[in-house]
Design a protein around this ligand. Structure first.
Ligand SMILES: *[C@@H]1O[C@H](CO)[C@@H](O)[C@H](O)[C@H]1NC(C)=O
Ligand SMILES: *[C@@H]1O[C@H](CO)[C@@H](O)[C@H](O)[C@H]1NC(C)=O
Length: 290
């Protein structure tokens, strides 16, 4: 009898302790945009690092977390870091309105920055270990966050996005689709793309997040040209040539090519891969130094 109830309470106890994705209802968000914040704190936290995993269109924090192909839940359990999962209130992230394309502009990027600030305090994260990743719309938002909140983010690993500001809406619409950009017709000089980033946080002169950019060579949703445009953008921001210092074939996967542009920008061109390039946990964690 005693043993039975003890066993029952032990089972109950461990189930109650098992980590799960949890919503944070109040993350001190003063932005007008109100995306949801979800957090996963692994059972054993081994490192004071944070990874923000940003979902694609028609998804949510819960769907993205539950998706087997999205490896950040596994990464969190394995390496013992906290993950934050923003959840949009629109079909795709707002990467088109002035509000979201401006530091403290009140849009989705502002709200996600507030999630990061909340997480740093609440989960005792080292501000020098804040990492951002995402796929498709989440990759676009990763670029936008890197541009609007460079002071908060250490490194980014994004899969199949477009340059920051490429999805801008001429009418100022929030979360608008932009066919010119998605079709690969939004091309500009490196200087112009760099200016787009600098203008999102005028006067900022601190460090910028290190950028790892993945794109598939046969992407039918966000045209492959967006790879080169994104590389132009960040190499200009870091003031390095747009020609890689080295290109390694079959790295970090067969038929992928790793283009290096010094310590702060890395491109991974996935030959024969469409939309979206699958997350490569080991290579992204390595970029983060995790
Ligand atoms: C789409 O984005 C481009 C920049 O990439 C911009 O010039 C254009 O005005 C945008 N289109 C619309 C319809 O807003
Ligand atoms: C730029 O640098 C100056 C001097 O170091 C500093 O006072 C200023 O706040 C910085 N601007 C921003 C936007 O960080």
């Amino acid at each position: 009898m005693l043993f039975q109830s003890l066993a029952a309470s032990l089972t109950y106890g461990s189930a109650a302790l098992a980590a799960q994705l949890t919503q944070v209802s109040n993350y001190n968000n003063n932005a007008k945009a109100k995306p949801g914040m979800w957090v996963y704190v692994p059972d054993t936290v081994k490192v004071d690092a944070l990874v923000v995993a940003i979902h694609s269109c028609q998804s949510s924090a819960q769907k993205y977390f539950a998706n087997d192909k999205i490896p950040w839940h596994k990464g969190s359990d394995g390496k013992g870091y906290v993950t934050v999962w923003p959840s949009s209130t629109t079909e795709c992230w707002d990467v088109s309105s002035k509000a979201s394309l401006t530091h403290d502009g009140g849009g989705d990027s502002n709200a996600i920055a507030n999630m990061i600030k909340y997480a740093i305090t609440q989960y005792k994260i080292d501000p020098a270990k804040v990492f951002v990743t995402g796929g498709s719309s989440g990759a676009m938002m990763s670029n936008v966050l890197a541009a609007t909140y460079p002071e908060l983010i250490t490194a980014v690993s994004l899969y199949s996005g477009v340059p920051a500001g490429c999805f801008v809406s001429s009418s100022g619409q929030a979360a608008a689709w932009n066919n010119t950009c998605s079709g690969g017709q939004s091309t500009a000089t490196a200087q112009k793309w760099g200016d787009v980033v600098r203008n999102m946080y005028p006067g900022y002169n601190g460090t910028r997040p290190r950028m790892q950019i993945w794109h598939g060579s046969v992407d039918g949703t966000l045209a492959p040209a967006n790879y080169q445009e994104t590389i132009k953008q960040w190499t200009n921001v870091f003031g390095v040539p747009v020609t890689p210092t080295s290109s390694k074939p079959d790295t970090p996967d067969k038929n992928y090519r790793m283009d290096d542009f010094g310590p702060n920008v890395e491109g991974i061109w996935a030959v024969g891969v469409g939309h979206s390039v699958p997350s490569h946990l080991t290579a992204s964690e390595a970029w983060f130094g995790l």
